[in-house]
Design a protein around this ligand. Structure first.
Ligand code: C5P
Length: 450
């Protein structure tokens, strides 16, 4: 990897902003996960702000068929992809804004990896797009959180400070559970297992009892924050005293259960966007889930519109979120008793059961950071292909595990195309070649252990 050079990277980004705006009517092609949608929206938003023409398209993967399709385009801006496929060099005017591992690409590329900055951990595609266009830092933070880069470090920290300066982003230190702004209190407590709260996690009845014991009402009161006065309260509706009572009750349970590590994880940093409504787009984690719901259920344009502040798209996005939650719950239900130990890695064969759009998310949820091996999932993909997703515990990556390399070498063995990051990567392989893929993946993991 090149020597770390933050200012060289930012200078290159400024140069490439000029290149982007010299295009007369580019096609912006972006990826479909939360980072892909937020980065695509960030680039599209920058063109809108300048009053410049563009078209936009979201794709699941940049394979040969996609490259062939873009051959007639005069100008293409690839976002959150492009750095991994050398055939982009066959196209006409191209700009790549990516953060994946990249090698041997001749076209101009804004990519932290080319400047010694780790695109897997410290800058997402949306963060890279922010460095190019210097607009909408909130979307850069959503992309980073969506790409599992929380807690933010390195270049992400710089983007965060820019967002704080412009008033788009605020850092909060509070309960680290998911859903402080949108999840009703009982689910908020019962569906959180990070940290695991003995007797409360996965126990809605016990979560409800605890809230009753603490005198915390479940129904919204007239004085509760937020536009919606009716319905169930969320954590953000609690007053300071109620929050204090709840946090200290959870801390007591953890101390009683001798879970001191959990105690350290109870309070954490999160990122909120004061210029947005207090809805699913107010907090980075909840926003990224909403975008994943849109992108991974084939409606990325809804996510892009939400990113750009189109209130009309919000209702549709909410419906997709409900669908996403149901699919994840079903996927996790299946994973809970179908993850197989293949020796070198865990394998989740979700073909015909788990949708290709969410198999990676399910693998990420099923993964335990304590595992000593990665998890590889499979689902039925488009046009008779098999979609592969891999996720690795971070500790293993520190010892040399690189799932992007694993995908690439297993793709050579199986005739597929793949890539990504060291902790999260994916591939698409022809039907009938899964055995070659898995054998090669096993060899790669065993090779890393030597
Ligand atoms: O689809 P999934 O969430 O498993 O993707 C994980 C990572 O791998 C993403 O960053 C994605 O861009 C990358 N990937 C890839 N080529 C594929 C599939 C996924 O580079 N064919």
């Amino acid at each position: 990897m090149a020597a770390r050079d933050e200012s060289g990277f930012l200078e290159r980004c400024a140069e490439l902003r000029r290149l982007a705006f010299s295009f007369s009517d580019p096609l912006i092609v972006h990826h479909y996960d939360a980072d892909g949608v937020s980065s695509g929206a960030l680039v599209a938003g920058a063109f809108l702000d300048e009053g410049k023409k563009f078209r936009r398209e979201c794709i699941k993967k940049l394979d040969d068929a996609a490259i062939d399709r873009f051959a007639g385009e005069r100008e293409v801006i690839f976002v959150d992809l492009g750095g991994g496929n050398r055939r982009v060099d066959e196209l006409k005017d191209v700009l790549i804004i990516d953060h994946h591992q990249t090698e041997g690409i001749g076209k101009p590329q804004a990519n932290p990896m080319l400047h010694g900055l780790d695109g897997g951990n410290e800058l997402s595609a949306a963060g890279t797009a922010y460095c190019v266009f210097r607009k909408r830092p909130d979307l850069a933070i959503v992309g980073a959180v969506g790409d599992m880069q929380h807690p933010l470090t390195g270049m992400n920290r710089w983007v965060l400070s820019e967002g704080e300066k412009s008033g788009d982003v605020l850092v909060e230190k509070d309960l680290s559970f998911y859903g402080r702004y949108c999840r009703p209190l009982v689910s908020f407590l019962a569906f959180c297992d990070d940290p695991f709260i003995p007797g409360i996690s996965y126990r809605e009845d016990k979560a409800q009892e605890l809230l009753a014991e603490l005198g915390i009402g479940l129904e919204k009161r007239p004085q509760d924050a937020g536009g919606r006065k009716q319905g169930l309260r969320v954590y953000a509706d609690l007053d300071d005293d109620e929050k204090r009572r709840l946090v200290s009750a959870l801390a007591k349970i953890l101390i009683g259960g001798n879970r001191m590590r959990g105690l350290n994880e109870l309070i954490g940093e999160s990122y909120v966007f004061p210029k947005r409504q207090r809805d699913e787009t107010f907090e980075a984690n909840e926003f990224s889930t909403l975008l994943n719901a849109c992108g991974r259920h084939s409606r990325p344009e809804i996510g892009v519109r939400v990113c750009l502040g189109d209130a009309g798209a919000q209702e549709e996005a909410r419906k997709l979120l409900a669908l996403h939650r149901r699919s994840l719950r079903d996927g996790m239900g299946f994973a809970s008793n179908h993850v197989q130990d293949f020796g070198a890695f865990y394998f989740l064969d979700g073909r015909g059961i788990i949708d290709e759009g969410i198999v990676g998310v399910v693998c990420g949820m099923a993964l335990s950071q304590a595992w000593e091996k990665p998890i590889i999932g499979a689902a039925l993909g488009e046009n008779g292909t098999i979609k592969i997703s891999g996720r690795s515990p971070r500790g293993l990556v520190e010892h040399g595990m690189n799932l992007s390399e694993l995908m690439k070498s297993a793709c050579i063995a199986s005739g597929g195309v793949g890539g990504g990051h060291n902790v999260a990567a994916g591939a698409s392989i022809p039907d009938g070649r899964i055995n070659e893929f898995l054998l090669s993946a096993g060899e790669y993991v065993r090779g890393r252990r030597k």
